[in-house]
Design a protein around this ligand. Structure first.
Ligand code: GAL
Length: 683
């Protein structure tokens, strides 16, 4: 029996929907031939196939699926078998209305669309359980099935009476007494005090939306409902399939649920990556994509799977560009070098109808295998085979940690201060990540529960919430020699979303030498600046913190104007054996480059490739290979200090030309340095 971990190669394939083509055996036959040509070795099957698997209540038909799983396996292609819970048939909505979701206005949805089931409905959980047990019985021991794909992109909330009752029970379990809830939700404000759990409704625009502690608990509750929904499916799968890994496909900077909770329910992390590519400058978007890859890798501290990506364009961004030459390979390999053990696509073949008929696919409506997209996919498959040695190499743990804490993110979104619509820290996390990414420094991206001990640098970009114990762990970390960079809007509330008393950033005022920053916000178009003693000045926009007091340390840069002009904007303080920096405002890319020039040097962080890289060119290392890609808009020359081999072209040189969007994979194993040996090139 195989699971993706046992395989010595990377998975390559994607979502396959033969259920849309059951009346076209010729097409299914052609698919097999073309999959082999495209170096496909795995497909995700049955994701939205419920109406083909159970045509009426209890009338199951798994025959077609069995034939396809068999045929794929005979052709060397594994199946990632999905449970169909991401969408359900019309008969089910008709017969069991509670399966449908209710919106926050209390309106039950009509049948239609997908990803819209009630997370609590006993009817839906029962139907899902029955389906999954049958799938598990039929396919659990099939040698072609290597993993399970539960549902699809779980998202959203349901506000039906069943969910409201479950929320009340969840609150009872958490707080025990309503007095405790009143205290921790600060309900003495606006006469919100409850005398019984039964009086509490889910947050709603028709009711309570202004209590941030309540909204935070609702998000935690929804996450827990989703986790128990997944558990229900996993237990059903386990009835006949005790050992194959299960996954759920996650999403880009996802807001609705806390993935660190869902991660515990699955064996493998997987996610769907759809960057908004725009020819000319890919750096910011791909830095954000890689930040998400690293977030996914950090969830379990091990490789993840890229479950979906488009081999050409998507159909749901506001502008859907084709991938420019080179970008299919580059985006795919970036995911692998950040820790993916797969490159999978949405979708193998374009359907003739439905809302995704014009979404990119490996095979288009012409059904041909001599298209530009198909050739790009072949090239990617070949590249994955060429670098497959990486699959079994251990991944080095990064020495930098950037904190992206979902609970803190939620609290930042509910807060009423500063900028009304712009307090989500994800952009700050992306910008700090990008500064390290450009230097070739690998980073973990995870929440504030992370163990800090092994890091040389910890960054807190706008980490609004400090839950119990976090400040103490940060103090110990810096005291013991760690380096800490703290930005504005950090360490302000506790895990209940109540403000910390006695000075902020909570627990760190002496570590940073900064006390009680007050938050100033700038109007669009307004700017302050961060001015260094040598005259370099960088803009500060949107948010400026003005510390009440700077008690210790060195001022590295000051604000350029306004009533706080000349006061500290960037400081450094020695604490114990470590160092702590405080960055008071949101600066731009160049401003962060200046900050990180100092921070990365002091934190002694290793780069993926110790060579000067031209502007827009980045390097990401995995094992003994480094991916070098040009994410800028212009052609660049890479000049190395020693000759190295590009394992994709088998070309050894000290100089390489990289067109915009192009990449190469350098052999950086120490023993090979400078020798130009080529035995890894097997072309
Ligand atoms: C994903 C989804 C797929 C498909 C794809 C299109 O979010 O899981 O089913 O809709 O987007 O980009």
């Amino acid at each position: 029996m195989s699971s993706p971990d046992d395989l010595s190669f990377f998975l390559h394939g994607g979502d396959y929907n033969p259920d849309q083509w059951l009346d076209r055996p010729d097409i299914l036959e052609a698919d097999l031939k073309m999959m082999k040509k495209a170096h496909v070795n795995c497909v995700s099957l049955g994701i939205f196939a419920w109406s083909a698997l159970e045509k009426q209540d209890g009338e199951y038909d798994f025959g077609w699926l069995g034939d396809i799983v068999d045929r794929l396996y005979e052709n060397g292609i594994y199946t990632d078998l999905a449970t169909p819970s991401g969408a359900r048939p019309a008969w089910m909505a008709e017969k069991y209305p509670t399966v449908l979701r209710t919106d926050e206005q209390g309106r039950r949805r009509l049948f239609g669309e997908r990803h819209n089931h009630c997370l609590t409905s006993p009817d839906y959980r029962r139907k899902v359980r029955e389906m999954d047990m049958k799938l598990s019985e039929r396919f659990g021991s099939h040698p072609g099935v290597i993993m399970w794909h539960i549902g699809n992109e779980f998202s959203g909330d349901c506000f039906c009476p069943l969910c409201a009752a479950a929320f009340r029970q969840w609150l009872k379990n958490k707080y025990g007494t309503v007095e405790d809830l009143n205290r921790r939700w600060w309900t003495s404000f606006w006469s919100q005090r409850y005398s019984s759990f039964d009086e509490i409704d889910p947050p709603s625009p028709r009711g309570e939306m202004s209590n941030p502690s309540m909204r935070l608990d609702w998000r935690r509750f929804s996450t827990d409902q989703c986790a128990s929904f997944i558990r229900n499916e996993k237990e059903a799968i386990r009835t006949h399939c005790p050992d194959k890994p299960v996954t759920v496909n996650m999403m880009w900077s996802f807001w609705d649920y806390d993935y660190s909770v869902l991660a515990k329910e699955v064996d493998l992390i997987s996610w769907d990556c759809y960057p908004r590519l725009r020819a000319g400058n890919y750096l910011t978007e791909m830095a954000e994509a890689c930040m998400n890859h690293d977030y996914m890798r950090s969830l379990k501290g091990r490789p993840f799977l890229l479950m979906e990506s488009s081999p050409s364009k998507v159909n749901w961004h506001s502008v859907n560009q084709l991938k420019r030459p080179g970008m299919q390979l580059t985006t795919s390999l970036l995911s692998v070098f950040c820790g993916s053990d797969s490159v999978m696509y949405f979708q193998w073949r374009k359907g003739r109808g439905g809302s995704e008929a014009f979404h990119g696919a490996v095979v288009g409506h012409d059904g041909r295998d001599d298209t530009r997209v198909f050739r790009d996919v072949v090239l990617t498959g070949e590249a994955l085979e060429r670098i497959s040695a990486l699959k079994k190499q251990p991944m080095e743990k990064p020495k930098a940690l950037i904190v992206l804490d979902q609970q803190s993110r939620w609290a930042s979104s509910f807060v009423q201060t500063g900028l009304r619509d712009h307090m989500d820290p994800v952009e700050a996390v992306r910008d700090h990540y990008r500064a390290l990414f450009k230097m070739g420094i690998r980073a973990d991206v995870r929440d504030s529960d992370a163990d800090l001990t092994d890091y040389s640098l910890v960054v807190l970009p706008e980490t609004f919430m400090f839950r119990d114990g976090f400040a103490q762990r940060l103090r110990e970390y810096v005291n013991g020699g760690g380096k800490l960079l703290v930005t504005c809007f950090t360490g302000i509330v506790d895990g209940d979303d109540l403000c910390h008393l006695g000075g902020t950033p909570h627990g760190l005022t002496d570590v940073l030498g900064v006390r009680d920053p007050d938050l100033d916000a700038l109007y669009p178009g307004e700017e302050n600046s961060m001015v260094f003693p040598d005259g370099r000045a960088f803009p500060i926009r949107e948010i400026c913190e003005y510390p009440e007091e700077v008690t210790a340390g060195e001022c590295l840069a000051v604000y350029g104007r306004d009533f706080y002009g000349g006061t500290p904007a960037f400081t450094e303080n020695a604490f114990g054996k470590g160092l702590a920096w405080y960055l008071a405002g949101r600066t731009d890319e160049k401003g962060l480059d200046a900050v990180y020039a100092r921070v990365a040097a002091k934190a002694d962080l290793k780069r993926s490739l110790d060579e000067p890289l031209p502007e827009g060119v980045v390097a990401v290392r995995r094992g003994d290979m480094a991916l070098v890609c040009n994410l800028g808009g212009e052609k660049r020359e890479l000049e190395l200090s020693v000759p190295r081999t590009d394992l994709l072209s088998c070309h050894t040189s000290k100089t390489f030309a990289l067109k915009s969007g192009a990449c190469l994979v350098l052999d950086v194993s120490a023993e090979k340095e400078g020798t130009g040996e080529e035995e890894k090139c097997t072309r």
